[in-house]
Write a protein that binds this ligand. Sequence first.
Ligand code: CO
Length: 134
Amino acid sequence: MIGKLNHVAIAVPDLTASAALYENTLGASVSAPQALPDHGVSVVFVDLGNTKVELLAPLGDHSPIAKFLESNPQGGMHHICFEVDDIVAAADKLKADGARVLGDGNPKTGAHGKPVLFLHPKDFSGTLIELEEA
Ligand code: CO
């Protein structure tokens, strides 16, 4: 069901500093920052050719990554994102198999304007998984 690795997401306390680290120190191609108020984060994407790194910083007072950054003040790997062909079919199969889809269980529009959903880390070896309809 899952296809390509779309991105690995790293939560960071300071998006500008981390974007500069990837751009200048690691010599990567980094997108302009993008605010995603519906998701409570600001993001930049690091283009690696075969996949991307998504740097996420909290946006607003109720960011879903605020707690993660409290436990990991320097930042850390937050989730991985796999592509799927049909996100509704994927959600139905996962729910039938007993996996928990976070939120209200329905896909939301993600950073690329495509439908995404998140799966409970306790159901997937301690890793928060995002699925994105490719
Ligand atoms: Co993501």
